[in-house]
Design a protein around this ligand. Structure first.
Ligand code: FAD
Length: 149
């Protein structure tokens, strides 16, 4: 089965607030688990950056669905590639908000502390997602360990 990775950015539609985001994540995780899709979604007031990875047919179909979703607009493809291994294999959809991103990571990857999904090259966007999701995973592991103490 050939695996692909797709990376896109979009602007938030008016009225797409925390309630909508909660719904998007819940539905995404449920569907993606079923369809073998993994990935990461980064949200900021300026818009979304999302990576989808999985079987080509599932990712292509999902991208068509997402592009039609009126909770965001200006859906713009950054990258589409064949892959051998997944970057977010542990996540039905990892989620990071811009305000949770360590500014040091932004500075290192972007050379600036701001995050504008529409002002990033594909490589930079992918590096950022990998880094913030790795941080998120470590944070969750620390929380889990603390709760077991
Ligand atoms: P449905 O049964 O059609 O809907 C599930 C819930 O979502 C319902 O409560 C419904 O009211 C609500 N809903 C659906 N569409 C809208 C809409 N346009 N406006 C308001 N509420 C709506 N889906 C995935 O499966 N995987 C993803 O990784 C994924 N990522 C997304 C990222 C972004 C930035 C956005 C905006 C959407 C994303 N979606 C994703 C959602 C996708 O666009 C479809 O809404 C979803 O896949 C439909 O799934 P369904 O047919 O199972 O759900």
């Amino acid at each position: 089965m050939s695996l692909v990775r797709l990376l896109y950015v979009s602007h938030l539609a008016k009225g797409c607030g925390p309630d909508e985001l909660g719904k998007i994540l819940e539905v995404s995780r449920r569907n993606n688990r079923k369809n073998g899709v993994t990935g990461a979604l980064c949200y900021s007031a300026r818009g979304f950056l999302q990576c989808l990875e999985g079987p080509a047919a599932a990712v292509n179909q999902l991208y068509r669905t997402i592009a039609r979703d009126d909770r965001h607009l200006d859906v713009t493809l950054l990258d589409y590639a064949d892959i051998q291994t997944r970057a977010f294999g542990d996540w039905s959809m990892a989620y990071v908000r811009e305000d949770e991103i360590d500014r040091k990571i932004l500075k290192r990857i972007r050379g600036a502390e701001s995050f504008d999904p529409f002002d990033m090259a594909a490589g930079e966007a992918m590096d950022l997602l990998k880094e913030v999701v790795r941080e998120r995973k470590e944070f969750l592991a620390r929380q889990q360990a603390a709760s077991e103490d």
